[in-house]
Design a protein around this ligand. Structure first.
Ligand code: NI
Length: 139
């Protein structure tokens, strides 16, 4: 059986601020621009999760997409949607919530919840034009 990749999309809305406390206010303003706004700002994030594997001969599925939906909801969306990513999310404590750092944190949550080796790619759009992708710590 060949390897097939299946993808599920999810959305969340969240607030954040990009600010590195090790650096000066001026450095932060210059580096992060509007994302350094002191009183936060929001994004409509779009999360794309791709799982790979060989289709199960009994179902034809790589993974039941209803199950994948549930895993994404329980491990990621429920914790991030309508939250402040700097303040409200225990698994993001101490993380500068750039899109890059978010895909790593989301990968770690989902890799633990999914069968070993199934998670293939996380893509997170912060805006329609800007996104980050992650294929796991070994890639
Ligand atoms: Ni931002």
């Amino acid at each position: 059986m060949p390897t097939v990749y299946v993808t599920r999309k999810a959305h969340f809305n969240a607030a954040h601020r990009l600010h590195n406390p090790e650096k000066s206010d001026e450095w932060n303003r210059t580096t992060f621009g509007p994302c350094n706004n002191p009183n936060w700002h929001g994004h409509n994030y779009e999360l794309t999760v791709t799982v790979g594997g060989k289709p199960n001969p009994d179902t034809g599925y790589v993974i039941d997409l209803a199950e994948l939906k549930h895993i994404i909801e329980e491990n990621v969306i429920r914790h991030l949607d309508h939250k402040n990513l700097n303040l409200d999310v225990p698994f993001l404590r101490g993380v500068l919530p750039s899109t890059e750092n978010l895909v790593i944190a989301i990968w770690d949550r989902l890799a633990e919840a999914l069968p070993a080796g199934k998670l293939y790619r996380i893509r997170l759009h912060e805006t329609q034009r800007n996104s980050a992708e992650y294929f796991g710590p070994d890639k």
